[in-house]
Design a protein around this ligand. Structure first.
Ligand SMILES: Cc1cc2nc3c(=O)[nH]c(=O)nc-3n(C[C@H](O)[C@H](O)[C@H](O)COP(=O)(O)O)c2cc1C
Length: 364
């Protein structure tokens, strides 16, 4: 019995299998608005029968975009195009998810294909960044402004309003982006957060912002599945680590978060990441075992066999896949082939089932 192709019930949704498209920035929006690029890009994964499609980091404030070209959900006008996206994804039997984000000190960046690098605050496509403390990610970058307590209150409120809009737009999973060195992770990490007020110092203080956001979102998200993506380690001495991630996961479970999406890294430039196949899976496994919260595994998961093994051995409840989906939007079809699982293809594509890919395998 394939676990990869078994269903998973979450709050008011059923995932048809355990394969989810990981959120991936497209740097293709204008003023936060989604375009036809996003509709076709996200829609293709739903045609390809992934169980859920997580939309890229979508900013809750304009200054929370990683780049000028990121998606946003800071005003009601953004909702209309998102409704088209969610409606199409649902029409294909998949579940639309959205990642709510604020980039903090890593905002005001260029698009990767135009040469990464932060724009100064006075650049046409840049702005003044904010963070828990006035420390840049790189020495030659903007010095972010430390958020005041009043501004933190506004931020929490903006996450809540963004979640309300997300629900209105039809998303059935809302994921809070607390990973990869973006604003919430900047608060979590003792290497980045140097505050001496109630938002800095102790574990309770550093997790306060995230927990306030969860508390604010939970009531508006009662009919959908609430997820949190974390970086389970900073991969740097004295940083955020697995022990703190487990402690956080236990609290998140109590608060009604359904899934912890387990990534790593991104907080500090001097991190040392030992990249290899499935290198983040042990973090998911440990957090799942210790907190009893459902987890995702993500990061260099590239074959059906690898994904099946992760699930069979209870290392996660879902696998999230990023780049392999950009390479092959129909990866779920091909994973089914690899496991000899008979998956119903979109009927319009049915004549291709078992032809091209099997021919390829025969050649090999
Ligand atoms: C083009 C691109 C954009 C990404 N954007 C996001 C994002 O918006 N939010 C996020 O949490 N992770 C983002 N990621 C990370 C992926 O979600 C994923 O965690 C990572 O690529 C590792 O998975 P993979 O090895 O399957 O690609 C991005 C990755 C890529 C390649």
């Amino acid at each position: 019995m394939s676990k990869l192709f078994s269903k998973l019930e979450l709050n008011n949704i059923t995932l048809n299998n355990r394969i989810v498209v990981s959120p991936m920035c497209q740097y293709s929006a204008e003023d936060g608005f989604a375009t036809d690029w996003h509709l076709v890009h996200l829609g293709q994964f739903a045609i390809g029968r992934s169980a859920a499609v997580m939309q890229e980091a979508t900013a809750v404030q304009a200054i929370g975009r990683i780049s000028y070209w990121d998606l946003g959900i800071w005003k009601d006008e953004h909702i209309y195009k998102f409704q088209q996206i969610t409606s199409f994804i649902k029409s294909q039997g998949s579940i639309p998810g959205i990642q709510l984000a604020h980039a903090g000190r890593k905002a005001s960046d260029n698009r990767p294909w135009e040469g990464r690098g932060q724009f100064p605050a006075d650049h046409a496509n840049g702005w003044q960044t904010v963070a828990p403390s006035p420390i840049p990610f790189l020495d030659n970058q903007q010095h972010p402004l430390a958020l005041t307590v009043r501004e933190i209150e506004t931020l929490v409120e903006d996450f809540k309003k963004a979640a309300e809009r997300a629900v209105q737009a039809g998303y059935q999973i809302v994921e809070i982006h607390a990973a990869h060195g973006y604003l919430i992770h900047q608060f979590l990490s003792p290497l980045v957060n140097q505050r001496d007020d109630e938002y800095g110092g102790s574990f309770a203080n550093r997790t306060r912002l995230l927990l306030e956001i969860v508390d604010a979102i939970k009531p508006v998200a009662s009919n959908i599945s609430l997820w949190v993506r974390i970086s389970a380690t900073d991969w740097a001495e004295h940083g955020w680590d697995l022990k703190q991630s487990i402690a956080l996961a236990k609290i998140l479970k109590e608060k009604g978060v359904e899934m912890i999406d387990v990534s790593t890294g991104g907080a500090v430039h001097h991190q040392k990441i030992p990249l290899s196949q499935g290198y983040q899976v042990p973090f998911s496994q440990e957090i799942k075992a210790q907190s009893r919260l459902k987890t995702t595994a993500v990061g260099i998961i590239t074959s059906a066999k690898q994904a099946e093994e992760i699930l069979q051995s209870e290392k996660s409840d879902l696998v999230l896949i990023g780049r392999a989906f950009l390479d092959d939007p129909h990866l779920t079809y091909h994973f089914a082939d690899q496991l000899n699982y008979s998956l119903d293809w979109a009927p319009q594509y049915g004549r291709a089932k078992g032809t091209i890919n099997n021919a390829k395998e025969t050649e090999n």
